[in-house]
Write a protein that binds this ligand. Structure first.
Ligand code: TA6
Length: 329
């Protein structure tokens, strides 16, 4: 089974703004959409849309939870959240204007999970996770959520033989590393924060990716937004170049990428095909205004435009994957 764990769920309210957003001016809304927020929830939406059974869990506030749960269940997601009484599901405002310069995201902090809620989530994971299950912790807990509690939740996955996937940032990502997660997917800023230095070249990123692989992390994926990603796996590093698209909303693209890569790897698809699919899926998401919508048909087209290069450990050059294969005859 695949589980997604969202510790700080959200409902995204996407506001379409007429013209260019300006300060000290009345910016008029010309359209409103709602979508799920929080990251792990997006991964579940991708899995369900691709007919991969999964269970979405984590914390949700009792107040305002119904439209959020309905959005998930309408897309076939099996929801099993810990509902906290007298707590309210947070909202994220995603502002899209006509400039095409990307979204403006304004996120509420969310609520502090009670000790009882944390205990119930831990118990749920401990009772349900079987060896070989995939468990995706995506999104950041509420600021101030204890690192010890976070570690215990992750450790519960590892102790039950689960494949731990972590897409988070800051001290929570640092806390996950010693548990040797199966796959991590920080973006370039979260990765530089993790390694504690500014990285300017692909080769500098590659050395840090190799260092993390040596710590036992099977897949180290650094997402680079519309440029693609750098991926380390079994001693090799790949550079993946994303297809060029007309982006309408970048919100949720990283989460849809995680949904795509978990879908393919859980089906034991080879890494190159998995990366092409996840990169194309994420690009397709960017062409839609909601936080989680993509088109499979469009993805199939975009897959053909994804370019991949493998780093040649011998001569430290980058060879196009296609070329590489051909040259080896
Ligand atoms: O990645 C997109 C997204 O999940 C949005 O849907 C929005 O809810 C936001 O990120 C939440 O981010 P946060 O880091 O506050 O959990």
């Amino acid at each position: 089974m695949i589980y997604t764990v969202t510790l700080n769920t959200a409902l995204d309210r996407i506001l379409h703004i007429k013209g260019k957003i300006e300060r000290k001016k009345n910016n008029r809304v010309c359209g409103i959409e709602y979508d799920v927020g929080g990251k792990g929830t997006h991964v579940s939406l991708v899995l369900s849309t691709l007919n991969i059974p999964n269970i979405a869990t984590g914390f949700v506030g009792e107040n305002k939870k119904d439209p959020f749960i309905q959005l998930l269940e309408r897309k076939g997601v099996n929801c099993d959240f810990v509902v906290q009484k007298n707590a309210t599901l947070r909202e994220t405002l995603v502002l899209l204007d006509s400039t095409g310069e990307g979204s403006l995201m304004i996120t509420e902090p969310g609520f502090q999970p009670a000790m009882e809620s944390i205990r119930r989530l831990h118990q749920k994971l401990n009772q349900q996770i079987q060896p070989g299950d995939w468990v995706v912790f995506a999104g950041s807990p509420l600021e101030g959520f204890s690192l010890d509690d976070y570690r215990e939740l992750l450790k519960c996955v590892v102790d039950n033989g689960g494949r731990l996937v972590v897409d988070t940032s800051g001290p929570y990502l640092e806390t996950a590393i010693p548990l040797r997660p199966y796959l991590i997917k920080p973006n370039e800023f979260e990765f530089q924060q993790l390694v504690g230095k500014t990285l300017n070249t692909v080769d500098e990123y590659t050395s840090e990716i190799e260092r993390l692989m040596a710590k036992g992390i099977k897949y180290v994926i650094v997402s680079l937004g519309e440029r693609g990603s750098l991926v380390g796996h079994s001693g090799e590093v790949f550079q993946v170049v994303a297809p060029s698209i007309e982006a309408r909303n970048d919100t949720g693209c990283g989460d849809v990428f995680v949904g795509g890569i978990v879908t393919m790897l859980s089906r034991k698809t080879d890494l190159e095909e998995s990366l092409r699919f996840a990169t194309a899926l994420s690009a397709s998401k960017a062409t839609h205004t909601s936080s989680s919508t993509f088109s499979l048909e469009q993805t199939r087209q975009l897959e053909k435009q994804v370019r991949m290069m493998r780093r040649e450990s011998v001569c430290c050059t980058w060879k196009s994957v296609k070329t590489c294969a051909k040259s080896q005859g």
